[in-house]
Design a protein around this ligand. Structure first.
Ligand code: SF4
Ligand code: SF4
Length: 504
């Protein structure tokens, strides 16, 4: 309950808590301690305030009293209905059924990324293309979800290698959905190197959202994401060129460019750590409105190449803090760009809402928010579970589209187990962590890195990242600078991209 708070240094024996509602606490900076209530509201106290609170000397009606009561931290004024409503709002996704359906339309890829999490296959591995029959069964399965919203996300391999399969999925899903009336979206995750005008025209016409990967400056990107010369001089140049072209198309269509643009993701490798400024500048120059500073995951080829490209997570956090400090500075100068990790946590911290990012929520999305369909019709709890299958571990396999029913899959014992393991209140360390209401660790990550879906957070690299980022954000809020706060609040604005919705 008292992580990092040195009571003796504050002249205190300990806490007198009979006046306090249940809370968790953490030191986030010199002279700043965050207290979080059971419903996720919070107050940041300076040391004098903390002393007064710890001794039970909070005068009714004082500014400190108002601050604590406003965060539901005082026993006498603890508002049970408001707390219940806030908790309900934070977990509104539970019970809706899987919304994200990842389709691996092929494992083939023309690029060889050093860290490829997907375990890509060579271009001649045509047996890893999804057949039209399997594609239709996957669509039927995805549309049988209880969730009224369905996103079909094309992954690979490189989905543009199997463009005809993608097209078949889209046409068949639109046809099937004409009677079902679900809110249907399509997302393509692509390196863009095989894009051409004809494919783009189709994707624009069918309102497919497009995401890509840009690992910062050209030399790092091309070193990590190796594209054979036959496809172009530089994968980086090709990806940037198509990103600009697609954004231009959205502008020509009169779409709001702050909302409609290619979403690009970073995979942070060791080579990128000192290049945080160039990385941010690359994204700003491209007109991107969001940057997602993701650390390396332990799946796929990254498991083998880690010696060369991985790094201690303290170094990642230093890179993260520098980059986001710079992003905040740019915002002060009028550049509108946000960091996605920060936006996810801040939406929960400042708005009390959950943006439903499946890997940072509890329970995590595996099986109840997401399903992944392999090219051969096998179904997994999530794309990471499917990645483990490619590494020879079938722990997260739920069945297949040929023989399994929707009930078999979503009620599978593995889904039940990961839901239980994803409840942070049941995990040592998370149980009394001040960030419990904002956090989430996918059980598949704990399984891969620690051999158990019930993670040992003290040794978890993902916990280290999540804790470090939230420490940074609370320290920023503790500075009390109104302009910084306004920028961070702006990052929590959720604006639906209605243009991409079908059947709404
Ligand atoms: S990460 Fe994507 S683009 Fe890179 S090799 Fe793997 S499948 Fe291909
Ligand atoms: S994963 Fe780490 S940071 Fe998140 S709630 Fe658990 S202990 Fe806290």
């Amino acid at each position: 309950m008292s992580a990092g708070v040195d009571f003796a240094a504050l002249g205190l024996e300990g806490l007198r808590v009979d006046h306090a509602a249940p809370f968790r606490m953490r030191r986030v900076a010199e002279g700043a301690t965050v207290l979080t209530a059971l419903d996720g509201r919070f107050a940041i106290l300076d040391d004098d305030e903390l002393r007064a609170f710890a001794r039970g000397e909070v005068e009714e009606g004082s500014p400190l009293f108002e601050k604590l009561a406003g965060a539901n931290l005082l026993a006498d004024s603890f508002d049970v209905p408001a707390a219940a409503e806030m908790l309900r709002a934070r977990r509104s996704f539970v019970g809706a059924g899987p919304n994200l359906h990842v389709f691996v339309v092929t494992l083939r890829c023309n690029t060889s990324c050093v860290y490829c999490h997907a375990s890509r296959a060579n271009m001649d591995a045509v047996h890893t293309d999804m057949t039209p029959e399997v594609a239709e069964k996957c669509v039927d399965f995805a549309l049988s979800t209880t969730n009224p919203s369905v996103t079909i996300e094309f992954q690979g391999g490189e989905p543009l290698v199997a463009f005809d399969v993608m097209k078949h999925v889209i046409e068949y899903a639109l046809e099937r959905n004409a009677n079902l009336g679900k809110e249907l979206e399509f997302t393509l995750v692509s390196n863009l190197s095989l894009m051409d005008e004809e494919k783009l025209a189709y994707l624009i016409d069918r309102r497919v959202q497009i995401c890509t990967s840009i690992d910062g400056p050209a030399d790092v990107h091309d070193q990590m994401r190796k594209l054979p010369k036959a496809y172009g001089e530089s994968g980086h140049a090709l990806t940037l060129e198509w990103t600009r072209r697609i954004n231009e198309r959205y502008r020509e269509m009169g779409l709001d460019e702050t909302l409609y643009h290619v979403e690009a993701l970073v995979t942070t490798t060791r080579a990128l750590l000192p290049r945080w400024k160039e990385l941010v500048d690359t994204y700003v120059d491209l007109g991107c409105r969001a940057l997602f500073l993701r650390p390396l995951d332990p799946f796929g080829f990254a498991d083998k190449t880690g010696d060369r490209i991985d790094y201690p997570r303290e170094e990642y956090l230093e890179y993260y803090r520098r980059a986001v400090d710079y992003v905040i500075e740019l915002n002060r100068e009028g550049v509108e760009i946000l960091e996605r990790y920060a936006a996810i946590f801040l939406t929960k911290i400042l708005r009390g809402e959950d943006p439903n990012f499946l890997d940072i929520r509890q329970p995590a999305g595996a099986g109840i928010g997401q399903l992944a369909y392999n090219y051969d019709g096998q179904i997994f709890t999530c794309d990471e579970g499917r990645m483990l299958h490619e590494m020879g571990d079938d722990s997260f396999r739920l069945g297949d589209v040929h023989t399994s029913s929707y009930r078999d899959v979503v009620g599978h014992p593995t889904v039940r187990a990961v839901v239980i393991a994803g409840q942070l209140a049941g995990l040592p360390d998370c149980n009394d962590c001040a960030y419990q209401l904002y956090c989430g660790v996918p059980p598949v990550h704990s399984h891969k890195t620690q051999g158990s879906i019930f993670g040992r957070m003290r040794e978890s690299t993902l916990c280290q990242v999540h804790k470090g980022i939230q420490d940074y954000l609370f320290a920023k809020l503790a500075e009390g600078d109104a302009e910084t706060r306004a920028i961070l609040e702006r990052w929590t604005t959720i604006r639906p991209r209605e243009h991409f919705l079908h059947g709404a």
